[in-house]
Design a binder for this molecule. Structure first.
Ligand SMILES: [Zn+2]
Length: 192
């Protein structure tokens, strides 16, 4: 009887072991697959994200640079205003009496304001009552400094330009209060 019992237990043990061995390779394959997927997916996704980022950039003509690249491209003051949402001192760069021309983003060259819409608001910063087109800028609520303001950024490079207020002259009633450092003037070639 003990021998029979031993054989019975041994045979059970064998069956269990065999089934274990059958399962274990499958399990290891599954876990390998998972490992492979885990290793490959992020890289794959990363590449996809890069592709999406690049394709979006080309579609919208976006200029996307790293902070280091911006620092190399811009002056310290331009970086402070455009990339860190700084504000230049009032009456330091009103860009008056420049003649007829166009004001472009100092970060990316995007055409933003026409000299024909520039006026003296007395606020100490270059002021315009309209943009070249709404598609050139983005507007977002700015709650900093205990105020509710509408920030204006360049649509192409997301550079901070200034703010827009509703106390401007006709026909729009808007006052785009823009840092002179954030824009560059190009004089009309036809004008002498
Ligand atoms: Zn720009």
């Amino acid at each position: 009887m003990p021998i029979q019992l031993f054989l019975l237990v041994f045979s059970f043990w064998l069956i269990i072991c065999t089934s274990c061995q059958k399962q274990s390779p499958e399990l290891s394959v599954t876990s390998e697959d998972k490992t492979v997927k885990k290793e490959k997916l992020p890289i794959h996704q990363k590449q996809n994200n890069l592709n999406i980022r690049e394709s979006k950039a080309s579609e919208n003509d976006k200029l996307i640079l790293t902070d280091q690249e911006w620092r190399e491209k811009l002056t310290t003051q331009e970086h402070l205003i455009l990339r860190q949402k700084g504000t230049e001192r009032p009456f330091s760069n009103e860009m008056k009496n420049l003649g007829s021309g166009i004001f472009r983003c100092a970060g990316c060259g995007n055409e933003l304001f026409l000299s024909s819409t520039k006026y003296d608001s007395g606020c100490g910063w270059p002021s315009f009552y309209d943009v070249v087109s709404k598609g050139k800028i983005d507007e977002k609520i700015d709650l900093t400094h205990g105020m509710v303001r509408t920030e204006v950024t360049c649509k192409r490079c997301d550079g901070h330009l200034g703010h827009v207020f509703t106390d401007g002259p006709r026909p729009t009633g808007l006052r785009y209060c823009i840092n002179g450092t954030a824009i560059k003037f190009t004089k009309d070639q036809t004008e002498k």
